[in-house]
Design a protein around this ligand. Structure first.
Ligand code: UT7
Length: 331
């Protein structure tokens, strides 16, 4: 698959979550729900949310520092920073703020938006720069603070989301540790999960009317997104495994976007991957969008579960609709 002979390895990871915890019981004072309903339908027990004084960039910075530390490289060694997020502090992008706060003076930085698939799309984007020899060291961050955009009166969505950041450091290596990938989009189903712009006309002069507005709250057709996930995710993982030329038995860990435990169970069942190989931490954090995969990876690496050389099958899925899978060896 890779013709250049150049490849990459993930050599460090890190994560950060805010201090403030919202439990299922807390949510019962906001909407008509129960701990029992939320935990049996989603597996989620609590989620973290940023306070008034915290920001996406701060969380992303903390996760990046931890990943750089594990990788034993300095910010000045970085050539590229990709921030996968749908919730930047600045609509023009927040990657440059992180570049500045880290002091990554040689790195070019940009945001990438692919919702909950952002981390996987970012990994594949980084790989293209590395396989062509353009960049040697890349910091990839997945971070989201969806609590800013949740409709806290909608029990179908406010129970799901939390805030967080995860980061990985990639270094050019041969042989390539990114074994295979597959990405997909289906814009015709975009209405099932949106965070849309809404405008009002603003009259500047009798001849000129412009539009000014802001973003609405998250809207999700949960049933449709659920169906999409359990149908498409096993398929795309199988395609990525085929590209990697490995069988499902050779997968050590299944690392899915942490959306709903029932989706994790359904996908692993379809792939015949035992639950002992499924990484899951959503009970503590909920769905942290682009952060969920690197956050779960970081916990699994630091706890000693995931070891160097382990084969990980990962998949992101969500708004867009977008979905993608990548097969890589850790370390
Ligand atoms: O990161 C992007 C990817 N996003 C996802 O993967 C989310 C995918 N979707 C889901 O995870 C699930 O669809 C949800 C967890 C959002 C909803 O679970 P569900 O089993 O599909 O529930 P439902 O929407 O079919 O609703 C079943 C019932 C309804 O009541 P009726 O109409 O049967 O009387 C809902 O009104 O449950 C009700 N309900 C709730 N009840 C208590 C919906 N939300 C709640 C709630 N508490 N929070």
């Amino acid at each position: 698959m890779n013709q250049t002979g150049l490849g990459l390895a993930i050599i460090g990871c890190g994560s950060a979550t805010p201090q403030e915890v919202i439990t299922n019981d807390h949510l019962t004072s906001l909407v008509d729900t129960s701990d029992e309903w939320i935990s049996t339908r989603t597996g989620i027990r609590s989620r973290r949310v940023i306070s008034e004084t915290e920001s996406l960039s701060q969380l992303a910075h903390q996760a990046a520092i931890a990943a750089l530390d594990m990788a034993k490289i300095t910010p000045a060694d970085l050539d590229l920073i990709i921030l996968a997020t749908s919730t930047p502090d600045d609509l023009f992008g927040s990657a440059n703020q992180i570049q500045a706060s880290l002091g990554a003076t040689h790195a070019v930085a940009f945001d990438l938006t692919a919702a909950c698939s952002g981390f996987v799309f970012g990994l594949v984007t980084a790989a293209q720069f590395m396989r062509t020899g353009v960049y040697r060291r890349v910091l990839l961050i997945g971070a989201d603070v969806l609590s800013r955009w949740v409709d806290w009166s909608d029990r179908g969505t406010c129970i799901l989301f939390g805030d967080g950041a995860g980061a990985v450091v990639l270094e050019q290596r041969s042989p390539d540790q990114l074994l295979g990938f597959e990405l997909r989009s289906n814009g015709s189903q975009r209405q099932d999960l949106t965070l849309g712009y809404q405008s009002q006309p603003q009259i500047l002069s009798p001849e000129i009317t412009v539009q000014q507005g802001g973003y609405t709250k998250i809207f999700m057709n949960g049933k449709e997104v659920y169906k999409f996930a359990v149908q498409q995710v096993p398929e795309i993982i199988e395609k990525a495994l085929f590209r990697a030329n490995i069988t499902v038995d050779q997968v050590d860990w299944l690392l899915l976007h942490q959306a709903n435990q029932r989706i994790l169970d359904a996908v692993s069942d379809r792939l015949k991957i035992p639950s002992s190989k499924v990484l899951s931490n959503l009970r503590h954090y909920g769905n942290t969008s682009a952060a969920s995969i690197p956050l779960a990876l970081d916990e699994a690496v630091r706890s000693g579960k995931v070891k160097p050389g382990d084969v990980i099958a990962t998949a992101g899925f969500g708004a867009g609709l977008t979905w993608g899978a990548a097969i890589f060896k850790w370390g």
